[in-house]
Design a protein around this ligand. Sequence first.
Ligand code: C2E
Ligand code: MG
Ligand code: MG
Ligand code: MG
Length: 298
Amino acid sequence: HARQACNYAKSTGRDKIYIYNSEDLIVKERRRDIYWVPLIRKALRDNQLFLVFQPVVQLSDGNVSHYEALLRMRGEGNEIITPDQFIPVAERTGLIHAIDLWVVENAIDFLAALPTYMSYISLAVNLSSTAFQYPDLLSTIKDKLEMTWIDANRLTFEITETAAVDNFEKTRHMINKIRALGCKFALDDFGAGFCSFNYLKTFPVDYVKIDGQFIRNLLDNETDQILVKSMVEIASKLGKKTIAEFVESAGTAMKLKEIGVNFGQGYAFGKPQQNLLEGHKVSLGLMLGSNQAATLIT
Ligand code: C2E
Ligand code: MG
Ligand code: MG
Ligand code: MG
């Protein structure tokens, strides 16, 4: 129940206190599921899911390294629904498997549809923690890459700490098979969960994404600075690159650069959007390399 409660608390949004009460929790989850399941099914059937893209910027020079693909769902009234609202439901009800495969196929299709002069662009894609339990994830990635002639190293898969703890070995095995294709991996929301170090130790990843909670108030919070510095030191000693999420100001970007974080992602560089070119231009305007960030971001 503890994990369920934790997931539920997260699904209600950040920065809120959730008082644990198991009966209350189950009733609320059921009600949520009953409401969302037909909507998710319909979105999958009627092609109402889509991806938006947020730039990940190299802090040494301000260049875009790659983009993270983030899932969106179009609602009945044409409103845009964010994954926090429907991913937890999909995870509880098994619909997540169809979503994971949809995201993989559509991310690769997106790369395949880019004009040739943009073929240097690569994507990071989020996978649910249960994605690795299904044997067809590997074949889906493999077949789609072969069909589209997309280079496997243009795909990074982001995994979070919620992965079923009892299936560590199976997950690691699957990750290694996908890595053998040439794809990369990132540990998402690092530091936010209970067993970050265990994950770091178990899963072979290329990137560590430092959770936004340590980045948001970095400039005013000395504890956050100490923690981020330590995470960078550990990651780099293990041969992994670091990415900071929730970089919301130029000042934060400069501080992260000073600390030695490799990449930044957040509203300071660009919000997630459907049009990749726009985000690209915003980020290219940011010349971190010349220490001009503060004056260039408005
Ligand atoms: P995440 O992978 O950690 O993605 C980062 C989230 O932070 C995104 O929210 C992004 O829009 C938001 N964000 C980016 N920069 C900033 C910033 O500067 N400030 C603030 N306050 N927020 C920022 P989003 O798109 O709502 O996604 C939420 C979570 O849903 C993701 O967290 C990821 O865990 C999950 N998710 C997103 N797309 C997918 C997907 O295709 N499949 C699966 N399984 N999960 C997904
Ligand atoms: Mg992510
Ligand atoms: Mg994250
Ligand atoms: Mg997150």
